[in-house]
Design a protein. Structure first.
Length: 294
């Protein structure tokens, strides 16, 4: 049999039913090995997975470590490439083989992000519309547009490259952690690309409207990334905007408090990226001026 090239790592917490539905699509007798990292669930997640999918490796963490749980799974994976999934996502058959082919033929690529299709109606996710538009252009010889922003559940990584930059940040915990990973891989000289034929399906298990708590968490982390890696004027301007909003917005005040508690650690870990990386990252954050066709 050919050597296994890719494993799937999935971190979860207290979403047993959704997780089991995703695993039903991910786990196959001849498919890639799957590692589930349980972030201290209290709903019987680990036992349910072992009962329904005994071939899945289950790693039980005593507490919730957020996105860093994925790194635990990557360390357990025994393959050169690792695909992430969430407990409400899955990979289309054949997608991971295509991603592995990209890595095999392009040793300078550390990360492939795929096309995200929404399970509810089959439509293309907004992030994939931006990737198709190639806002950062394409490196000659690469199989798709360059990227510096993506959802973790739709990415496949070169294991050694991911671990070499430390994986997902423990400081950020959860929300926007992909931005920091993208910057650190870019600074380390790795390429990151979009592949339209590597398809991930997403069936969001959470509420359609982003909660104030989730907005505050995401906003806190976006500001922390600014202080961790971006130029000081960018970080200061973003901080000023958030503080002004906090005067009348409780969610913004929560974001400011969370940022302030973590700022001393962020300053100790601060490593501003080179100007060319900052320019490309800023371009990746801008919204498309109009929806891409197709």
């Amino acid at each position: 049999m050919p050597a296994l090239r890719t494993s799937i790592v999935l971190a979860t917490r207290n979403r047993r039913a959704s997780l089991l539905r995703s695993l039903d699509r991910l786990v196959h007798a001849d498919g890639p090995p799957v590692v589930v990292v349980d972030n201290g669930s209290t709903d019987g997640t680990a036992a349910a997975v072992r009962d329904r999918h005994p071939a899945v490796v289950v790693v039980e963490l005593p507490t919730n470590t957020g996105a860093a749980a994925r790194t635990v799974g990557v360390r357990r994976a025994g393959t050169p490439y690792v695909a992430f999934a969430d407990d409400d996502s899955w990979w289309e058959p054949g997608a991971l083989e295509r991603a592995a082919d990209v890595f095999d033929t392009h040793p300078g690529i550390a990360l492939v992000t795929g096309r995200v299709q929404l399970a509810a109606d089959g439509s293309l996710d907004a992030v994939s519309r931006k990737h198709r538009a190639a806002v950062l252009g394409s490196t000659p010889g690469n199989p798709g547009p360059d990227v510096l922003s993506y959802p973790a559940f739709a990415t496949v990584v070169r294991r050694d490259a991911y671990l070499s930059v430390g994986g997902f940040s423990t400081l950020l915990f959860f929300g926007g952690e992909e931005h920091l990973l993208a910057l650190d891989l870019a600074v380390a000289g790795w390429q990151q690309v979009y592949a339209d034929d590597v398809v991930a399906w997403h069936d969001p298990a959470g509420p359609e409207v982003v909660s104030r708590e989730r907005w505050a968490l995401q906003t806190r982390n976006d500001l922390l990334v600014d202080w961790l890696r971006r130029p000081l004027p960018v970080a200061l301007a973003a901080t000023g905007r958030l503080i002004r909003r906090a005067v009348s917005d409780p969610a913004a005040r929560a974001a400011v408090r969370g940022w302030a508690r973590r700022l001393p650690t962020a300053l100790r870990q601060r490593r501003p990226v080179p100007a060319d990386v900052e320019r490309r990252f800023a371009a990746a954050q801008r919204p498309l001026s109009a929806p891409a066709s197709g």
